[in-house]
Design a protein around this ligand. Structure first.
Ligand code: SER
Length: 889
């Protein structure tokens, strides 16, 4: 049975049993505790925790997932993939253990004709949590699984949580016996390779707190309801239903292996090592395509780093298989073709995906060349010092600066007989990751622990945001925090976080920064609001300081945003939409949004483009935007079902997770985008948009920065003043400025050349004079002279070398002195014959410079120095003469 059919059957089965079919969320998790979605339940987490009330009591999905902790195992075992699809059915306080178990059994064992998967019940084994008598009894008595095929396991295997605070509960796993060729019998407790886990039923009923691992944590209490979260690995079931040995040979991955074989000529099945490489290529290329499809771009942190590492491992493995040419284009094409059967958007986004992947391949191949040199040098140095282990620092540097994955460093070091200090490397990596994680979290929320905000939400419900229509509101404090801790009251001077029951303040999101303003309380207290964030869904946290008086939980007051700042932000946000559309019109759909930031009067907009956008194109885009402004287009917002919004062609942002109902912002007939931000009412309010230019911010991603409204006007006015000053200076019209200035620069260059020529002539003339009458000092020809003030060191050098040349091959010393900018300078040269007699320029300069009150030095043949005391030049000449006399005897 094909993977696509497994997916269809799954969704149909649960849909027929009253489950809402929910499309897969983006791999980019909308959850600060996660980088990427690792399980099907992630999008439903707020429902399990009771933070948000679901619209349905049962749902089903086939969720794209990425897990990377076992990346080193990929290709070596039969069932570790980085990307996989988790088929899930979920109950939010609806059916519980018995319902979940009965559905699972029915779907797995009913025949293919009846819509099931037709698995032989005799081959199914189940595990339950050690003290879960209830689950065991359902399996045995209600379903009829023989007691000997039910095993009890501990927390490690049969208790599920996300590894971090959140929902959790005991679970029951269904395993399939693949037969004696996969090892000893005894059930999943004994052999999880033979009795492979296919489906995990989690009885999600508790909330876990912090802890050290998946096994060690405390239970904070019961969830508001008893829920079901199940996850069936689509690839694992495909492996069984397609009768193949491992998941890499299932239909969607095998084609990628075949393509890699075609590109390298290495047959699958020829050797263990090359088989592992082929499987790594298949798995990693698919994961890379899916990640890029969801808007991840390669980078050095977070998700970007996950993608970079995976894609580079795939390329490196292709090279281990013997590929010497670029391979990514062909492999991406294969992945897109097969995966688009389930995810058609991959075809639509093909150009963008290819561009990002190809740019990363080019960067990596370049890196590979320069990193290889660094690695080779480090290996040579380590060996020269008698070491056998490449330092963790070096491995980290290769990784951090040259993008070398550790396994690449390991392999390449091993080829030269060295191991690598992996612990040292991992320590440095962890430090870096911890820093990045803490930074990201602290930036968003100010506090790593979100439970305090959840408590506010539990107690007071979601904040009522009225800022689309109102700039101020009468509101009550329902949550008050000082230093991340709930407090009953805060005093003048305290930094506070205030949660109101309703607010006109926009919380940072969708690229728009938070509002600022003031809350004046009925008792006279005032809180100055400097930022607003939404650390958990629905909770608007106003961050700022108590300026006057005391505020207490329950205080009532008047919340007022800074209206002109908000209007200025709104102008920037509407301008961003116009820029997005205009760029798409000019460059095609690859110019999709990759990020944005809307600030008062200015914005930046990041978008996909394989190359720099030519200035002329950017000029056209800017003109188009400004033409649209002048058309007085109305800007409207409405809430629509997501399908309707898509039907109307609204642009959605990559990686954003949207609910069923979405807000769509429309600008006349020009732009339609899913957006939660605040906008102007009419494009005329924007006045003017000025793009400041564009630049690269990573492979395949460009950034434009722009000014809007009066900020744009001020910028242009400033430029105008500069242009006026220049036209005044060069006496030309503005349009003549480039030509005039380049003419002036050319003249300047010619004049400099001329001056240079005069100088050289002057030096030569002086050289002739000096060379005519050298002193004889103990058989050495000495020229020691002071030349006109202002002669610079370069000219002195030219002079002494010229004089030395004129003196021929005899023993000679030429010392020239000058005073430039009030300081004495000297350059001294010796001929070869003089040097053979022990007369060295460096020593002479040191002596001269000492007399001049300074220092200097250089080689035996020419040296240079200087000092502080211009009056000592004659004395210095004397010192040189004496030293020459001394050395010459
Ligand atoms: N959350 C469980 C898992 O990931 C079941 O969906 O295995």
């Amino acid at each position: 049975m094909e993977s696509a059919e497994i997916r269809r059957r799954w969704l149909r089965f649960f849909e027929e049993r009253g489950h809402a079919v929910v499309p897969s969320a983006s791999l980019i998790a909308d959850d600060p505790t996660l980088l990427l979605v690792p399980a099907g339940m992630v999008p439903f987490k707020p429902y399990f925790l009771g933070e948000v009330k679901p619209k349905w009591s049962r749902a089903t999905s086939v969720q794209k997932c990425v897990r990377t902790p076992d990346i080193e195992e990929v290709g070596k075992t039969t069932r570790h993939g980085t990307f996989f699809q988790m088929c899930g059915n979920f109950s939010f306080g609806d059916y519980f253990k018995e319902g979940a178990i009965a559905y699972a059994w029915e779907l797995l064992t009913s025949s293919v004709e009846e819509g099931g998967f037709g698995l032989d019940p005799e081959r199914l084994w189940v595990t339950v949590y050690q003290d879960d008598d209830e689950a065991e009894q359902i399996w045995r008595d209600k379903i009829g699984v023989p007691a000997e095929r039910i095993q009890r396991l501990g927390k490690k295997d049969n208790y599920w949580s996300m590894g971090v605070p959140g929902p959790c509960g005991p679970c029951s796993e269904i395993n399939y016996d693949r037969g004696p060729e996969f090892g000893v019998e005894g059930g999943p407790a004994v052999n999880d390779e033979r009795y492979v886990e296919i489906w995990n039923l989690v009885f999600m009923q508790y909330e876990r707190g912090a802890g050290t691992s998946k096994e060690d944590f405390e239970i904070l209490g019961e969830l508001p309801a008893k829920n079901i979260d199940t996850g069936l690995g689509l690839e694992r079931l495909a492996m069984i239903l397609q009768g193949v040995q491992n998941m890499y040979e299932t239909d969607t991955l095998r084609v990628v292996i075949d393509k890699a074989t075609e590109l390298t000529g290495v047959r699958y099945g020829a050797k263990h090592e090359s088989d592992v490489s082929l499987r790594v290529v298949a798995d990693h290329m698919r994961t890379s395509v899916m990640l890029i499809g969801d808007g991840v771009v390669p980078g050095n942190e977070g998700r970007g780093y996950v993608l970079r590492r995976i894609l580079r491992r795939a390329i490196r493995n292709m090279r281990l298989l013997g590929a010497t040419e670029p391979v990514v284009a062909a492999l991406v094409d294969t992945v897109i073709k097969i995966m688009a059967q389930q995810y058609p958007e991959l075809e639509t986004d093909r150009r963008r995906i290819e561009t990002v992947a190809l740019a990363e391949e080019a960067a990596f191949l370049k890196t590979l060349r320069s990193g290889t040199n660094i690695l080779d040098t480090a290996v040579t140095e380590t060996k020269a010092a008698g070491g056998r282990v490449l330092s963790g620092d070096k491995a980290f540097q290769l990784h951090d600066t040259y993008g070398f994955p550790l396994d690449l460093t390991l392999e390449m070091a091993a080829e030269q007989g060295l191991s690598v200090d992996e612990d040292g490397f991992r320590r440095l990596m962890k430090e870096q990751r911890d820093r990045a994680k803490a930074d990201a979290l602290a930036k968003k929320t100010g506090h790593a622990d979100l439970s305090v905000y959840r408590e506010v939400a539990d107690r007071a419900g979601a904040t009522d945001f009225i800022g689309y229509t109102d700039n101020s509101a009468e509101a009550e404090i329902v949550g008050l925090l000082v230093e991340g801790v709930s407090v009953p009251a805060a005093q003048e001077g305290d930094e506070v976080e205030v949660v109101l029951d309703r607010t006109p303040f926009y919380a940072e999101g969708g690229g728009q920064i938070g509002d600022t303003g003031r809350i004046r309380f009925d008792n006279g207290a005032v809180v100055e609001v400097r930022d607003v964030q939404k650390p958990v869904p629905g909770v608007f946290v106003h961050k700022g300081a108590v300026q006057v008086g005391e505020v207490t939980l329950g205080s009532r007051g008047h919340a007022q945003i800074d209206v002109s700042r908000r209007q200025s932000i709104a102008r920037a946000h509407s301008a961003t939409h116009l820029t997005h559309q205009a760029l798409r019109d000019a460059l095609g759909p690859t110019a999709a949004q990759a990020g944005s930031e809307n600030q008062p009067g200015r914005f930046r907009f990041d978008f996909g483009s394989p190359t720099a956008v030519p200035t002329a194109v950017l000029g056209d885009v800017e003109q188009k935007i400004n033409e649209v402004l002048a058309r007085d287009l109305d800007v409207t917002a409405e809430v629509l079902p997501i399908d309707e919004a898509k039907r109307q062609g609204a642009i959605a942002e990559f990686g954003e997770k949207y609910g069923d109902q979405v807000r769509v912002v429309t600008i006349g007939d020009f732009s339609k985008e899913l957006c939660g931000g605040t906008h102007v009412h009419n494009t005329a309010q924007l006045g003017l948009v000025k793009l400041l230019g564009e630049s690269s911010i990573g492979s395949g991603v460009r950034r434009v920065e722009a000014l809007v409204g009066t900020d744009a006007y001020r910028f242009l006015a400033r430029e105008h003043v500069v242009v006026s000053q220049l036209t005044e200076l060069v006496k030309g019209r503005p349009e003549e400025l480039p030509e005039r200035i380049s003419g002036l620069l050319g003249k300047l260059k010619d004049a400099e050349k001329e001056i240079e020529r005069f100088r050289a002539e002057k030096v030569l003339a002086a050289a002739g004079e000096l060379a005519r009458s050298p002193e004889e000092v103990n058989g050495v020809a000495l020229v020691a002279a002071r030349v006109p003030d202002g002669t610079a060191a370069d000219d002195l050098r030219r002079l002494v070398l010229d004089v030395r040349g004129r003196l021929g091959s005899r023993a000679s010393v030429v010392a020239a002195f000058s005073v430039a900018n009030g300081r004495p300078l000297t350059v001294i040269a010796t001929s070869e014959a003089a040097r053979e007699r022990g007369i060295k320029a460096g020593e002479l300069v040191r002596t001269a410079a000492k007399t001049l009150g300074g220092g200097g030095g250089g080689k035996d043949d020419v040296a240079q120095g200087g000092g502080q005391n211009p009056a000592a030049v004659d004395e210095a000449i004397g010192a040189v003469r004496r030293l020459v006399a001394e050395r010459a005897v």
